[in-house]
Design a binder for this molecule. Structure first.
Ligand code: GLU
Length: 420
């Protein structure tokens, strides 16, 4: 038991223990690698539109400070708790190390339902949360980014709040900002572009051709939407299923992703888009397809449904979509289902965040093509490293990816030593 104990943190701890065993990491070294360095909880009071005062709970967990500033998104979601935030921070650490980025992992957020807040209330929550975080963040300390329930507008408010306190514009305090205030070209679609690129690599490994394949995408936020659009428009994949938290749609002939994206841009949710193609969300993930992309919340693939997945490739756009029970089943189905694990699959987001931070620090901005080329170079070599390691050591892609990440953090800690 510790402060973070709960279903999501326990899952991150179990994954870590599995890999620590594989790497033969001594027991006494393990807590230093796993437990977060800092965890901050704050009250975020705002005036509601009706005049009442309401206090939301806010968090930030900074997992390790060994390799540079901490880096990770900020999540606005109703049932957020510190255990979930800590697990997400830990995954960010392995993700950044796997991609070779000079960061530790972090994650934060506010326990609020952004869809139930007016724009003014959302701005108040965002600004007050950042204001409470000022003593604990900085371009060389901890750099935030968007995650579920936040977007480039939230980042602009964060950047403005921090900058007003400093007395000058500090673009490098957050990534995922609008280009107009120091954001990078290509960041908004970067996670989806990375997911789609890695699906392309996985298809090649499985000797499949994109324009003869089907895909099902769970989640139609920033990641799910851009993945579906790129798969359809640039790779010719037939996207047969799309869902969000309000509705799921399936059409074996293929869905008009463009139209659906336009609908969501207007209404905010998929519900009501069509009555014909609507399908049962409970069985959505087990519909037949070549590529399944969970791009929503954690723990959607479990011991219950992992045995029934009918995909050839599982490309994890979300963080932590599979539970350890599901991992065991997926491990047995290793020859049937090619898994692109979350810390590899969705790393395009933080890789381009890193590019944004570098450009802001240098005050020198790149073309979109340069961003895309550099992203592709990192993803390709990381993908090859993960697949090569998994084959060599006869382990799952998830264990291989996490092992590379953990090893790099561990090496940094060993070289730096224990202070004092
Ligand atoms: N929230 C994203 C993630 O989970 C991006 C983090 C970042 O860009 O710092 O990877």
């Amino acid at each position: 038991m510790n402060l973070f104990t709960g279903p999501v943190f326990d899952m991150a701890a179990e994954q870590f223990a599995l890999v620590a065993d594989h790497l033969s990491i001594p027991e006494d070294e393990r807590p230093r690698l796993l437990l977060p360095k800092r965890a901050i909880a704050v009250s975020v009071p705002i005036h509601r539109d009706d005049g009442r005062t309401h206090v939301f709970q806010g968090y930030r967990v900074q997992h390790h400070l060994t390799l540079g500033p901490t880096k990770g998104g900020t999540r606005f979601s109703a049932d957020l708790d510190i255990g979930e935030v800590a697990a997400l921070a830990i995954w960010m650490s392995w993700k950044c190390a796997l991609a070779g980025l000079p960061y530790g992992g972090a994650k934060g957020g506010v326990a609020c339902d952004p869809l139930s807040l007016s724009r003014r209330e959302l701005e108040a929550v965002s600004r007050r949360y950042m204001q409470e975080m000022i003593p604990f963040v900085g371009p060389q300390i901890d750099v935030m980014a968007p995650d579920m329930g936040t977007n480039e507008q939230t980042m602009a408010w964060f950047m403005d709040t921090y900058s007003m306190y400093q007395g000058h514009a500090v673009a490098e305090i957050v990534t995922g900002k609008p280009v107009a205030v120091g954001g990078t070209l290509g960041r908004s679609e970067a996670t989806g572009r990375g997911v789609a690129f890695l699906i392309g690599e996985a298809l090649t490994c499985c000797q499949l051709v994109a324009n003869q394949c089907t895909a099902i995408v769970q989640g139609f936020g920033n990641v799910g939407r851009s993945t579906a659009l790129i798969l359809r428009q640039e790779m010719g994949v037939r996207v047969t299923g799309v869902s969000d938290h309000t509705a799921a749609f399936y059409d074996p002939k293929g869905l008009p992703i463009n139209q659906m994206a336009a609908y969501v841009a207007k209404t905010g949710v998929l519900k009501g888009w069509s009555s014909e193609a609507e399908t049962d969300p409970a069985t959505f993930l087990t519909l037949p397809c070549d590529v399944l992309v969970p791009a929503a919340v954690e723990r959607v693939i479990t011991g219950e449904n992992a045995g029934q997945l009918k995909c050839r490739i599982l490309a994890e756009g979300a963080n932590g979509p599979t539970t350890p029970d599901a991992d065991r089943l997926l491990d047995q189905r290793r020859n049937e289902i090619f898994v692109v694990p979350d810390i590899l699959c969705n790393s395009g987001g933080v890789i381009v965040s890193y590019f944004e931070w570098v450009q802001d620090l240098q005050r020198l901005f790149w073309t979109e093509q340069e961003v895309r080329d550099r992203l592709q170079t990192i993803l390709k070599s990381t993908f090859n490293a993960v697949i090569g390691r998994a084959q060599k050591e006869s382990v799952s892609h998830r264990v291989a990816a996490t092992a590379i990440g953990i090893e790099r953090v561990r090496m940094g800690k060993q070289w730096r030593g224990l202070f004092p």
